[in-house]
Design a protein around this ligand. Sequence first.
Ligand code: TMP
Length: 253
Amino acid sequence: MARGKKIYEGKAKILYEGPEPGTIIQYFKDDATAYNAEKRDVIDGKGALNNRLSEFFMVGLNTVGVPTHFLKRLNMREQLVRACEIIPLEVIVRNFAAGSMASRLGIEEGTALPRPVVEYCLKDDKLGDPLVTEEHIAAFGWASQQDMDDILSLALRVNDFMSGLMYGVGIKLVDFKIEVGRVYEGDFQRLIVADEISPDSCRLWDIETGRKLDKDVFRRDLGNLADAYTEVARRLGVMPVNATRMEKPKLIN
Ligand code: TMP
């Protein structure tokens, strides 16, 4: 499928104009970044794994009635998605304390939270995606009260779906981040899950051993990131062949 003009290049993905108005091609790069891109590397196979995993989660969400931007996967690294207006918030849902919440509130990592906790960060790399409250969101007009009700409902539905799916393959969904976009349909508008859902944007711990199977492997130098993502894909039956071991072309003499 012919790609149009490049629209945007982020840390892990590139967006191109899609073949029809209202569509976008999302290209998954192998680049890994952490700590606001202070730490960076290229991990062979990561883009392909995230493309397949995000497809798997988004198709599952669409099937259970949670609307997403996903239309179809095009190839190993690209997927066709609906264009939408991204709400400038990172929506985080936490089931267990970890990462910034654990350090901010002095709670031991892995502590079960009494109920899922939803947090919002402003999408602004220059500011390091600061945590914001609903008061900030309303005061600065980043989203309306109706949007916030819809975002909360979407986030909790994604949490229920993803927690159950992961539990079924022996993985604990510790926390995750989603982005939400607005689409217009005639006189109506609605919010849908956008961007990606992958081990880049979730914390996934093996239930038995506690082994981390997400981007913390890269952030905290805990081993091979592609191996961890491959394990998630293998358990979900998404990628039975080990795609991270694809060799680069070799010159034959
Ligand atoms: P945190 O503990 O660093 O706040 O992250 C919570 C979860 O949200 C974790 O699964 C990583 C994810 N996340 C992103 O994917 N991108 C982001 O920009 C942020 C702030 C969090």
